[in-house]
Design a protein around this ligand. Sequence first.
Ligand SMILES: NC(=O)c1ccc[n+]([C@@H]2O[C@H](COP(=O)([O-])OP(=O)(O)OC[C@H]3O[C@@H](n4cnc5c(N)ncnc54)[C@H](OP(=O)(O)O)[C@@H]3O)[C@@H](O)[C@H]2O)c1
Length: 346
Amino acid sequence: MVKLKNRQWRLANHPVGMIKESDFNWVEEEVEYELQEGELLVKNYYLSLDPANRSWISASPKSHYIEPVKIGDVMRGITIGQVIESKNPKYDKGEYVIGTLGWQDYSVSKGSGLINISLLPKPEGVSITIYLNVLGMIGLTAYFGLLEIGKPKVGETLVVSAAAGAVGSLVGQIGKIKGCRVIGIAGTEEKCKWLTEELKFDGAINYKTESVYKRLKELCPNGIDIYYENVGGKILDAALANLAVYARIPVCGMISKYNLTELQPGPSNIVQIVTKRALMQGFIVNDFLGRISEAMLDLMTWFNEGKLKYREHIVQGLENAPRAINMLFDGSNKGKLIIQIAKEPT
Ligand SMILES: NC(=O)c1ccc[n+]([C@@H]2O[C@H](COP(=O)([O-])OP(=O)(O)OC[C@H]3O[C@@H](n4cnc5c(N)ncnc54)[C@H](OP(=O)(O)O)[C@@H]3O)[C@@H](O)[C@H]2O)c1
């Protein structure tokens, strides 16, 4: 038996609009962990904050693609942690795992849905958080959405929204690897500069200071062949108005909609799907779970070749999770948003 102090965020109520700290309860308690056969105890070091977290706690069933978090439950979240006790033959004490282990210091798991990252190859000199990013759910989302639905061809024009974010920045870089002209849409000058100067995008549009419609017209004179959608709303409308014939639109997310309290009409340019014979298809990364190894091989190769760069935005302290998550919605995150819950042992 192990006795430990656990700290958790539990859902207090379904948020209305932006998430508030009062939507969660902070619980600190001494817990005596007595593992059953097949169970393991994990100490969490890093917590991934993702736009999808908002839909997991929404009261509206329309936004649920998996079972919502129930009031009183520990908030769901993907973590990286270390096994500190194990009665599961697949996991040894000391190994690192990634899984949906929640907004808490310690989690008991039966092992289902966990990935033993100690068994995976890791590039030299990078933090283990790369498994929450390029070599994790983020990389897989960019990879499958772009390649399976976008089907990029050499010389085509790819436009991506939320382009300086975790998914968007990888989408653009994979597009470059596949020989596309890539235009990114982002919300600050700094982000736009990072896209063109560091990631070598062919153009960037600041949607807060420029007309997205006009700039897309200038930057994509032959139309948009692939619009990788992360945002929705006015940006989607501007992209629809600039499509090329036979365009593809992988719909990865619509972050501008996640905190709305009432549905808005639109998109007003949807008729362009007909006139341009375009394909628009939504997807969830879990649809591709059976094909993780092929994607990981490519992502690892491209990363080792220096073709995939990434930024991380690490916020210290589990206690800051409910406040930090709103950075995804006000755009103040620069790269993959992660909470560091505890320091890894050196
Ligand atoms: N389908 C799937 O399986 C799947 C999996 C993972 C993620 N996703 C989706 O992928 C998208 C990106 O997620 P991520 O984890 O990579 O987050 P991220 O891009 O790192 O962060 C979110 C970014 O969205 C932008 N944004 C927020 N509100 C906006 C608004 N109203 N209008 C325009 N831009 C806005 C902000 O950047 P700016 O500063 O540029 O505004 C913010 O930094 C989200 O839509 C998410 O739901 C889907």
